[in-house]
Design a protein around this ligand. Structure first.
Ligand code: CMC
Length: 391
């Protein structure tokens, strides 16, 4: 056993080679295929970022049109899919619905799918990117008990998603352009983040040759946890629990006494600042200006908490800064999403990262089945004793 390096949480183990995303945690740098995240968030759009991650380059105008068209062509779900939604309790958490229904996609595309064929791998990737908004919006509508709204292919990716969530059939619904832009930005900011827990889960599941839709369902399951994608939901719940700025000192004391963590703060890799948080902070202000209440106590608590934490020794010493989820929760809440949908939106966006990483792994000849070892701490060999002789 001495031959193995013990690395709990894989803090110093590279599990693969990847050309997708670069992070320098000390400098607060995040690049996709070399492009800085803030440039992509301010100048690109999510569909273009999907092309960049999947194909390696930003598309030409012609490539963009063809790529967008292929995504648009796959937005519909098979009508048999309705039954999967109907099988859930009406108060089911939408992440439970996501794990189940995305996993169910594997049943629709299994026998016909040869994962060793790059053309078919590409179609699977496109299907996933196209169908995730439809599934996520459907999970939302089911959760709030409203009839489902079909995709509209003349709208942009984010406009269509917002419409599927917030339009009520037979009523007019105009997508607010500020919200559509913010939604697109949130998707870009969450598109990929190298070998985080859910991406590693997708790679590990995929390393056995499993169906890619099932692998993505495994990624969604991992993302659900409060230390990962569930953090934005937890961050907003925490702000609600604090309630008013005067309760912050007492709350901070609880964090220092290790009773609980300050959700939306800290990161395994970013120990300076989270470059996504900077962009998200701006977006949060834009959205709140357009549709939010500037006197919203949640926002006041968030701003005050940020100020207090950034000037406190405990957080400075441990290099704890607000991460992307601190601001995305406030923004999504102002946009009208319930907290239970936050992680769903994260999973929608991260799907491109997961499937791009899966594709990269499938194309890598050095890739083997993922099989970590362990340091065994149990008893050494001993003889079986019959039950009457134990005790
Ligand atoms: N609030 C209070 N203390 C914290 C926090 C926090 N959010 N995060 C870390 N610490 C403390 C921790 O208790 C430890 O203190 P000490 O040295 O006294 O024992 C020290 O900081 C180092 O923490 P760590 O546990 O070694 O850090 P980690 O790299 O294992 O954890 C993390 C990273 C993101 C899991 C953690 O910071 C956390 O739980 N944050 C809150 C949840 C959150 O916002 N997660 C979203 C991450 S961004 C989105 C994503 O990529 O999924």
């Amino acid at each position: 056993t001495d031959a193995f390096t013990y690395d709990p949480g894989f803090t110093s183990t590279a599990s693969c080679e990847s050309a997708l995303t670069f992070i320098d945690g000390d400098k607060g740098v995040l690049l996709h295929r070399g492009y800085p995240i803030d440039q992509l968030a301010s100048q690109s759009n999510f569909v273009e970022v999907c092309h960049l991650l999947l194909r390696g380059e930003l598309p030409t105008a012609e490539q963009y049109a063809a790529f967008e068209n292929s995504v648009t062509m796959h937005t519909m779900l098979h009508s048999q899919f309705d039954r999967f939604f109907e099988g859930f309790r009406r108060d089911a958490h939408p992440m439970a619905i996501m794990v189940g229904t995305v996993g169910a996609l594997s049943a629709f595309y299994h026998d016909s799918l040869d994962i060793h064929d790059p053309v078919q791998r590409n179609i699977s990737a496109i299907r996933l990117i196209a169908k995730m908004p439809t599934i996520a919006a459907r999970a939302y509508k089911y959760h709030v008990g409203q009839p489902f709204v079909s995709p509209r292919n003349d709208l942009s990716y984010s406009e269509n998603f917002l419409r599927m969530c917030f339009a009520v059939p037979a009523e007019d619904y105009e997508v607010n352009p500020v919200l559509a832009k913010a939604m697109d930005r949130i998707f870009i900011l969450h598109a990929d983040h190298e070998q985080n827990a859910s991406t590693s889960t997708v790679r590990l599941a995929g390393s056995s040759g499993a169906n890619p839709f099932a692998c993505i369902a495994a990624g969604i399951a991992c993302l659900w946890g409060p230390s990962h994608g569930g953090a934005n939901e937890e961050a907003l719940n925490m702000l609600k629990e604090i309630g008013t700025p005067d309760k912050i000192p007492e709350f901070i004391q609880g964090v220092k006494d290790k009773k609980y963590k300050l959700m939306g703060f800290g990161h395994r890799v970013y120990k300076n600042y989270d470059p996504r948080a900077k962009v998200m902070q701006e977006s949060a202000h834009e959205v709140l200006k357009a549709v939010g209440d500037p006197n919203d106590p949640l926002l006041q608590v968030a701003m005050e908490l940020e100020k207090v934490a950034l000037n406190d020794e405990y957080f400075i010493e441990r290099k704890l800064f607000p991460n992307v989820d601190f601001y995305s929760g406030i923004t999504l809440s102002a946009m009208g999403f319930p907290t239970t949908m936050f992680t769903v939106l994260f999973s929608l966006a991260r799907t491109v990262g997961w499937i791009a990483q899966w594709q990269e792994m499938m194309e890598d000849p050095s890739q083997k089945i993922g099989r970590p070892r362990q340091l065994y701490t149990g008893p050494t060999t001993r003889d079986y004793t019959p039950i009457e002789k134990r005790g």
